[in-house]
Design a protein around this ligand. Sequence first.
Ligand code: AMP
Ligand code: TRP
Length: 345
Amino acid sequence: MTEPSSPTAPTAARVFSGVQPSGALHLGNYLGALVKFVALQHEMECLYCVVDLHAITAWQDPKNLAAQTREIAAAYFAAGVDPAKAIVFAQSAVPEHAELAWIFNCVARLGWLDRMTQFKEKTGKHKERASVGLYTYPVLQAADILLYKATHVPVGEDQKQHLELTRDIAAKFNHDFDAPGFFPLTEALIEGPGARIMSLRDATAKMSKSDPSDQSRINLTDDADTIANKIRRAKTDPLPLPDTVEELKGRPEADNLLGIYAALAGETKAAVLARFAGQGFGQAFKPALADLLVERLSPVSAEMRRLMADPAEIDRILAAGAERARALAAPILAETKRIVGFTGG
Ligand code: AMP
Ligand code: TRP
């Protein structure tokens, strides 16, 4: 195997992202994450991880976890991630993630984690019953990213705060250990109309796996009838589609459906409005949106089903990805441990 001359030197541009194997994927994951993963693999070196260590911060039935992990990998591939280009692997297969997370647990401050809104949203009033892992979840996320000195992280808007924490951890590590520039200040790639897809039932809440109502989301595996039904029943206001994007302000349901259309079609909201302005939502827009969703998602779900029929092949691809990931991670972790002052290799 040929080694680069300095494996721990700053990376030119490297992408890292992950999705938790904690349930079925939905349109928000597809537009907020997967579509960007596919585009970036042609531009930069990319690592796409199935973050099973993160998933177990909330209870996962061991009987289902392996299948869920394979399903996320299958979704990556079905969406167009090419395992010959991008490195695709399961987080638990690269133990360096957990090792670096421990070091970062000793860098991050309690006050920083106390400010994490996702932890507060997930636990509500029952914080004392949450796992300790859920609390330090963003520290593990920072370790995922910095273990590869990743410079860019494509995510949905809900991950913005975790990416800011990642930068804070990198900066504090570099400062405390007098290692300027050792870890990069990673940039989140969030922008675009797919960054925050909202619930179809309540446009003030984001589309989410954990919403008890299945009507609130489009799952990647929904069939054409289910998609058409969900869009027909999606909440809107009684007004017709406006002429301008400005007029979508204060109309969150209308704005969300327009955003979904624009993201799927690769158009601006203004361009979409130009075709549908003045009409009621049910007239032409909702049927067109349902058709577009079916056109884009049904090949993805068909390919997912095909891939899931051969779990051994998915495991093989993930194992090969883990090996490539470890080859990048090991020298960076070794250097980190040397900087910290550990004597072990
Ligand atoms: P998760 O399912 O929480 O592991 O999220 C996987 C990826 O999907 C992350 O990059 C999230 O930011 C993104 N994501 C999740 N929900 C949404 C949403 N409603 N809109 C846009 N992106 C989302
Ligand atoms: N926290 C992310 C989410 O729920 C998943 C994740 C874990 C991640 N590690 C990451 C995303 C590293 C980007 C980079 O969506």
